[in-house]
Design a protein around this ligand. Structure first.
Ligand code: FAD
Length: 463
């Protein structure tokens, strides 16, 4: 015991960041992650302050045979960023965002959150396409792909990645870009945390907002099938500056929800306009006239507010479980399953999200990144079960599994978005990547032959 403590003391002394062990008062807070279902007890957590700290922590972990996990925003639903008895390399203090508005570039620390990125870029009327919840980590979301409200306009987060600084398994620090370590640059754009620890990202920026137009049209379960079929007709004709999603949820007790509909199961058709009111109104009028909603919220709002609109609904501390697949469209068969299974959702915290992907997402070259699942227009489907405690969560987990099993026969093959694979989905990783998997395995063998970075959606090194 004394031996272990003294080794952590050496580590502590060699870092500009800090170290937390089970003996420290902040240990229980430090080992928490977003998903309260995850309750793991690492041997040590290293809060890195610099790239050198990260390299030191990697060398230390390897020298002491401690299993490594890497944590930025702590939003891996499967809790891959923390393991029992291992070392957590935490980058949350490396969260600086520097913006060069003339060059349209942002340099982002490996531990920044989406809200840090949005705040720093929107001051200049700029943005990086990313995800939809402000407290998610830039690193995890980027390395798996990164989809959100701007994906139809400007592609995935990885489509806007210019370069990255990576600490490799052997402790070396390298730059990955189109003209430097191009195989590594290809692999980290979709291949997750398999190849090293990214301490800095460089992104291209786009003019966005500051105001956008939001429309949420809500339909009761009696009209849900009609609403989904109507969405099927609208999605292929969407203007390029309008994003579209469908969400099944319990109506929240918000002022825009009439009292009699609070807590009722509803389907929301959500259209976000980035191209001015006129283009947005065209879509909203079409939706309204095709199928009048039960109630609606149509309003301009700041882009930064859109990016935090669901933050409370997905706050830290819930017990969560998810499964995901791609649908080509809301076919009649898929609609029947979705409506039937959504009706069994019990927890008011659970939801099913369908991101309509197309536009710039589909214009990007399929082969240019390691992104899993293909680029043709599709609906990325997230079935999310959430509850306030573990007891209630077991029913939601069963609901998610049943929903997934029923919908899987209607999915687009076996491709899947790796950032939304559940904790028991490790076996789906090869098929999620499909024909890209062997190339990923070869790059893994070149950069991490011993698979020291394996607490992730793991790609096995080629033999
Ligand atoms: C509430 C919520 C909302 C979400 N919304 C979206 C969304 O809108 N769009 C979307 O595309 N996805 C979304 N996701 C999925 C999200 O992309 C993944 O959960 C992602 O892994 C989270 O990244 P993180 O840094 O917060 O997580 P962490 O748990 O810190 O990291 C997850 C994994 O990423 C790797 N990793 C993290 N940091 C680094 C690093 N610096 N270098 C190398 N590897 C690293 C590690 O393998 C780690 O295990 C959401 C998830 C949650 C829980």
């Amino acid at each position: 015991m004394t031996y272990v403590v003294s080794r952590f003391d050496d580590l502590r002394a060699s870092l500009s960041g800090t170290v937390v062990t089970p003996e420290d008062p902040g240990y229980d807070e430090a080992r928490r992650v977003w998903n309260a279902d995850i309750d793991r007890r690492p041997a040590v957590l290293v809060y890195c302050a610099t790239t050198e700290d990260v390299a030191t922590a990697v060398s230390f972990a390897r020298g002491s045979s401690l299993e490594m996990s890497v944590r930025s925003g702590a939003h891996s639903m499967a809790g891959m960023c923390v393991g029992d008895a291992g070392i957590v390399i935490d980058l949350s203090r490396m969260n600086d965002v520097e913006v060069n508005p003339e060059a349209r570039r942002a340099t982002v620390g490996g531990g920044a959150l989406l809200r840090d990125l949005d705040a720093a870029t929107q001051i200049h009327g700029l943005a990086v396409p990313s995800g939809e919840i402000g407290h998610t980590g830039v690193a995890g979301i980027t390395l798996g792909g990164g989809m959100g409200w701007l994906t139809r306009q400007h592609g995935l987060t990885i489509d806007n990645l210019v370069s990255a600084t990576v600490v490799l398994a052997d402790g070396r620090v390298v730059r990955a870009a189109a003209d430097e370590n191009p195989d590594l640059f290809w692999a980290i754009r979709g291949g997750g945390g398999n190849f090293g620890i990214v301490t800095e990202f460089e992104f291209a920026l786009h003019e966005v907002g500051p105001q956008i137009d939001l429309a949420m049209l809500f339909y009761g379960m009696d009209r849900a099938a009609d609403a989904l079929r109507m969405a099927r007709g609208v999605i292929p004709d969407l203007p390029p500056d309008v994003s579209f999603q469908v969400v099944a949820l319990h109506a929240p007790p918000e002022p825009f929800v009439p009292d009699e509909h609070h807590s009722r199961l509803v389907f929301a058709l959500v259209a976000v306009g980035f191209g001015g009111e006129e283009s947005h109104r065209g879509v909203v009028d079409r939706l309204r006239s095709a199928l009048p909603p039960l109630f609606e919220l149509v309003t301009p709002m700041p882009y930064t507010a859109l990016q935090q609109m669901f933050d409370e609904g997905f706050a830290w501390g819930a017990h969560a479980y998810e499964k995901s697949l791609y649908l080509e469209a809301f076919t009649d068969e898929a609609v029947d399953v979705i409506v039937e299974r959504a009706a069994d959702m019990v927890s008011p915290m659970s939801a099913v999200h369908f991101f309509a992907l197309g536009g710039a997402f589909s214009a990007a070259d399929e082969a240019s990144t390691a992104f899993s699942g293909g680029r043709s227009p599709r609906l990325c489907t997230f079935i999310i079960g959430m509850a306030p405690d573990a007891g209630a969560q077991s029913a939601e987990r069963a609901w998610v599994r049943g929903f997934f099993d029923a919908l899987a026969p209607h999915a687009m093959g076996t491709g899947a978005y790796v950032n939304a694979l559940g904790g028991d989905d490790g076996h789906r990783v090869p098929s999620a990547y499909g024909t890209k998997y062997p190339r990923l395995q070869r790059i893994k063998a070149a950069y991490d032959p011993e698979n020291v970075f394996h607490r992730n959606t793991n790609i096995l090194p080629a033999p």
